[in-house]
Design a protein around this ligand. Sequence first.
Ligand code: PMP
Length: 418
Amino acid sequence: MRVDVFQQYESEVRSYCRSFPTVFTKAKGSYIEAQDGQRYLDFFAGAGALNFGHNPDLVKQRLIEYLQEDGILHGLDMYTDAKGQFLQALQEQILQPKSLDYRVQFCGPTGTNAVEAALKIARKVKGRRNIFAFQGGYHGMTLGALACTGNSYNRKGAGTALPDVTFMPFPFGPMKEIDTIAYLDAVLSDSSSGIEKPAAVLLETVQAEGGVVVAPTPWLKQLRSLCDKHDILMIVDDIQVGCGRSGNFFSFERAGIVPDIVTLSKSISGCGLPLAVVLLKPELDVWQPGEHNGTFRGNQLAFVSGTVGIELFQSLNLPAQVAEKSQLLQQELSGIIDRLDARMELRGLGMIWGVDLAPLGNERLIDQITSLCFQDGLIIENAGRKGQVLKLLPPLTASSDELHIGLEIIERAMKKAL
Ligand code: PMP
């Protein structure tokens, strides 16, 4: 297949393929392979959709069995065995052991649709239009979720108003010096603040697209208390850093808080098949039947693979693996920064790490680094306000050797670019 087929026939809106301009054919584990036989170590992992790596054996086996038995492929939102198995696994293996009491809503199979559903139900429950989102946050590209996304380039794409959202400062950058919780409290307590009380606060506990910005644990706890104080719902968007990426299954566990609503997608299907869910406290589940509808709310293959994903999360003891590899990544990246330029800033936790090149003041560096990595056999993307953060998002199942190989490629690329 020629690359110019895509350039000629596919919309200009295509994006990642521009950074990795080759035709991919196969993938396994931490590697993705192009048609010319070149193998690439994948430190982007489907933007966080491949926590278990590409084509995990057990997932593949179950999918093949399911297909061979003529298991249902499309079932609207009917009761199917595949959906039942997934629901039971999620409730019994993940939620109940953590004493998390949530109803599971299946929505359209993309992250952004889960965010839309979460916003709708929050507004319906509280009877308020406004939502507080955070500066630097990313929640998706459909209008409701986009209204909660800070990035001006993405927002411009809407071509229309993005109403009923107020952006609040996230404890990062210049806002780090501000007591953002006190600011929120003041705004909510002052009847002349001019800011409407929101139905919900929507946040990522680690802003991923925003440049790997980790919200401090005390801040998360304070935000939870603030939501309770002012009768506001807390929605955690765990689409990118959920399903084990942060070290626990849910990213908010490290703060010991329980959100009212959680969105999950990306890695919840165990292998990158489209699936998205909203977890709701039972008292918030006041939907009327079909009020948030959709033809594709029952991706049966994703239910099958997602059930395996939950089994793998347990059997591989991913939290222990992530803790170990997190340390490796942090230590090695700190070493690279010390050797090359100590002005670079390292942020992250679990298996999401970002090296922020913004302090170097050369905006062209990052593209040079990612393309040098690609030439050297590593897929890695950038993130952050000005795209200045090299974002490491390897599969959680990547071996230490694979992590070392990737880190060596990164160091070589940085050295050359610098
Ligand atoms: N929320 C977060 C935190 C995300 O990272 C993303 C995707 N990058 C989305 C929502 C949107 O998900 P999707 O691209 O599947 O619509």
